[in-house]
Design a protein around this ligand. Structure first.
Ligand code: NDP
Length: 326
């Protein structure tokens, strides 16, 4: 048996319940893990609300980290006692889980399981966005919205680490200070700024930006597009403020042969090699201190609704995690 965070029916946070659930033995290609921490992510909100429809009831959560307690008959890469983490395994918000071994990576010595759990989904997302969706080059300028958020803080560090500049936006001056400390050169508080946001982005950057990383979506999409230089790349990777409505492709023509993409992590984790590359880079940089991850809050399973309320209410910085008794 395990305690698990269950979505009882699609809806708001009151549909969340902590329930006791049976955990079968791991199947031949799974590992069973005693979870130390599970990540709190926007995708959990979309799943709970039914935006990504899933038959209820189901256990929430995508990512986590913990210690292997049993392995399936065909698993050769992991053994009991190994410290592991994953970013994409449905049903991770529980004390004991079975996870496909193919989704699991080792946690480097010296890195806490909490940090590993916090880093997997957002870290690999920031990694593919700057390495693969638009390989950022030194001297470029990138726009990063919600720059003090989970993905945002990692994006700022990875982009500036390549010698590129960042125009950071955020909803408060305190959040902007976080982005500045991580290396963002140009700061805009889009909650208090009441002019033309795209013009302001171009003004502080000194020109149109090369790439716009936009996980805010509905509220910022138009300004992001209008802030790009000719042939720049619009990367819409989420909709924290709502989904972007249908859009006229002629806008890309009028604004100078722009590109637009709506990527998702799954498409950038095509095989085990790609998973080990992205997770290895991120966990390795966290372990050696070249990347910083801010855990903005720790919640027990029973208080998960409070964690999601904070995330959905724009009250968080960095990453929230659910912690399990060990
Ligand atoms: P964040 O920690 O960035 O939290 C979201 C932030 O968005 C808020 O803190 C807030 O920052 C900003 N925001 C602006 N408007 C709103 C609004 N109306 N409601 C809530 N938040 C708002 O979250 P994550 O780092 O977990 O995720 C960021 C985005 O990345 C999400 O859209 C998520 O879905 C997406 N994502 C996409 C992935 C992919 O592969 N495509 C994978 C992982 C995440 P502020 O107050 O500064 O405006």
């Amino acid at each position: 048996m395990t305690r698990a965070l269950v979505v009882t029916t699609p809806g708001d946070r009151e549909v969340l319940q902590v329930q006791d659930r049976d955990v079968p033995l791991p199947d031949s290609r799974e590992v069973q893990v005693r979870v130390a921490a599970a990540g709190v992510n926007f995708i959990d909100v979309y799943k709970r609300q039914g935006i990504y429809p899933i038959p209820t009831p189901f256990v929430l959560g995508e990512e986590g980290a913990g210690v292997v307690t049993a392995v399936g008959a065909d698993v050769t890469e992991f053994a009991e006692g190994d410290r592991v983490a994953w970013g994409q395994a449905a049903g991770s918000a529980a004390e004991l889980v079975n996870v496909p071994a193919a989704a699991v990576v080792p946690v480097p010595d010296g890195l806490s399981l909490e940090t590993a759990a916090a880093a997997m989904l957002q870290g690999m997302t920031a990694h593919y966005l700057v390495e693969s969706t638009w390989p950022v080059q030194a001297g470029q300028i990138a726009l990063v919205h919600a720059a003090a958020g989970g993905v945002g803080q990692l994006l700022v560090q990875l982009i500036t680490g390549k010698g590129a500049g960042v125009v950071a936006t955020a909803g408060s001056d305190e959040k902007l200070e976080i982005a500045r400390a991580l290396g963002a050169r140009h700061l805009i508080n889009y909650a208090t700024f009441d002019g033309d946001l795209a013009q302001e982005i171009r003004r502080v950057a000194g020109r149109g930006v090369d790439v716009a990383y936009d996980g805010v979506g509905k509220a910022t999409f138009d300004a992001s597009l209008a802030s790009l230089r000719p042939r720049g790349m619009m990367v819409l990777f989420g909709g924290a403020s709502g989904q972007v409505p249908p859009f006229d492709l002629q806008e890309l023509n009028k604004r100078g042969s722009l590109f637009v993409t709506r990527p998702s992590l799954g498409a950038y984790l095509q095989d085990r090699e790609e998973l080990l590359w992205r997770a290895g880079d991120i966990l390795g940089q966290l372990a050696d201190g070249s990347l910083h991850l801010d855990i903005g809050g720790r919640y027990p399973l029973e208080q998960a609704a409070d964690a999601y309320q904070a995330l959905e209410g724009r009250r968080t910085t960095g990453k929230l995690i659910l912690t399990m008794p060990q």
